[in-house]
Design a protein around this ligand. Structure first.
Ligand SMILES: NC(=O)c1ccc[n+]([C@@H]2O[C@H](COP(=O)([O-])OP(=O)(O)OC[C@H]3O[C@@H](n4cnc5c(N)ncnc54)[C@H](OP(=O)(O)O)[C@@H]3O)[C@@H](O)[C@H]2O)c1
Length: 366
């Protein structure tokens, strides 16, 4: 029997798109959110779906959303502030959980703090199951399979081309990004190691140009070493800052020391939220249609010699996020996920199933 799917955050930008993609796939999720009056028209438009109200400030209401065999999908963010209630509810119920976070500190908590608890209750936690960071996990795992035993270092890169100067991020994403810029992130060197975001910079050839990118924290640092125990180094690069990359790189060192001052982090976060409040709630839909997302997984041996590279592309990152969440939830509801704890996308579905599922929803080799 197919498990029940609950989509928490259905009335937000990412949640609404995810609900539409789920219905497109023939799923009938329960639409959950904090406002019954905002849920009702969406549920009606998508075919009289069931609804449920819950607010993260009332953790019992979130716990009531899920039972043991259910699949809970959360798009309620910023996850650093609002994400814990849904995650805890899924762990306590022993359910399958997917979320749309891209925030390194939250991902770190899922793997280090909630993963061991989930192993005890039988819950399955699939964090960052969107454009951030499923494609890098897939490209990296495919490249590692090609590279074989000699693999020592893997580099993952995320780039975007074709958007021009348009607003490509929702206000929700901007608020989350601002939060991330004020936190320490991490990399993998034989284990997780803390460092500021943007600590390292390099260029990647993408769409005919050398494009700069900066290091960030993500889920590949936790998930890829599990697939290849010989792996010693994992770096994940984000190339979304374009010509500003060098300034962000230099700024990361300056802001990291400034942010160590008492009271600086809450202030920086508040200023960022105020700035984000001045941008439109939704990204520019026409510009998103023109965008190409590029994902690279490149593997090197201990001497730095390239062993393998796999490239993937997709279109609009929000569509990809919505489709990944819908595909992952649908697969988990129909087939179940055997492993427990905090899982990378390949741990949960296996490389071949993930590659085929990704290709079906528009994430494929060029
Ligand atoms: N990984 C990726 O590639 C990726 C892609 C897209 C988005 N994201 C992330 O996903 C998150 C959502 O983004 P978005 O653009 O959809 O933002 P959004 O439109 O602001 O949506 C936020 C959602 O959270 C809900 N919410 C806020 N406070 C709540 C509370 N107290 N209780 C219950 N629900 C509450 C909102 O409910 P209301 O509708 O009632 O306000 C809304 O549904 C962000 O963290 C963003 O960074 C990541």
């Amino acid at each position: 029997m197919t498990a029940r799917i609950v989509l928490f955050g259905a009335t937000g930008y990412t949640g609404r798109r995810t609900a539409e993609e789920m219905v497109e796939r023939g799923l009938r999720p329960v639409l959950a959110g904090r406002s019954a009056s905002r849920l009702a028209p969406l549920a009606e438009r998508l075919g009289d779906l069931e609804t449920a109200t819950a607010d993260v400030t009332d953790t019992a209401s979130v716990r009531d959303l899920v039972g043991k065999g259910d699949v809970l999908v959360s798009t309620v963010g910023p996850f650093g502030q609002l994400g814990e209630a849904a995650l805890s509810a899924a762990v306590q119920a022993g359910s399958t959980y997917l979320d749309s976070t891209g925030e390194p500190p939250f991902i770190r908590r899922v793997f280090e703090e909630f993963g061991p608890l989930a192993e005890q209750t039988g819950a399955r936690l699939l964090t960052a199951f969107g454009n951030d960071y499923v494609p890098g996990n897939l490209a990296g795992a495919l490249a590692l399979r090609l590279a074989g035993e000699q693999a020592h270092r893997v580099e993952i890169a995320y780039h975007i081309t074709g958007g021009g100067r348009a607003q490509l991020f929702s206000r929700g994403t901007l608020v989350s990004l601002v939060g991330v810029a004020t936190e320490q992130v991490y990399t993998w060197r034989d284990g997780i190691r803390a460092e500021p975001a943007g600590a390292r910079m390099r260029t990647f050839p993408v769409a005919g140009h050398e494009r700069p990118a900066l290091t960030i924290g993500s889920s590949e640092h936790y998930a890829l070493p599990r697939l290849h125990p010989g792996l010693r180094e994992v770096d994940v690069y984000l190339g979304w800052f374009g010509p500003l990359t060098r300034a962000v790189h230099l700024g990361s060192r300056v802001s990291d020391s400034l942010l160590r001052l008492p009271g600086a982090r809450p202030l920086a976060r508040r200023l960022g939220e105020l700035a984000a409040g001045r941008v439109a709630e939704e990204p520019d839909a026409t510009a998103l249609e023109r965008v190409t997302s590029h994902f690279i997984g490149a593997v090197f041996d201990a001497a730095g010699t390239p062993l393998s590279e796999v490239r993937l592309i997709a279109g609009d990152p929000y569509r990809l996020t919505a489709r990944l969440l819908a595909w992952g939830a649908g697969w988990a509801a129909e087939h179940g996920v055997e492993a427990t704890g905090a899982l990378g996308p390949v741990d949960a579905f296996g490389l071949d199933v993930l590659e085929a599922g990704a290709a079906e929803i528009g994430l494929h080799r060029p």
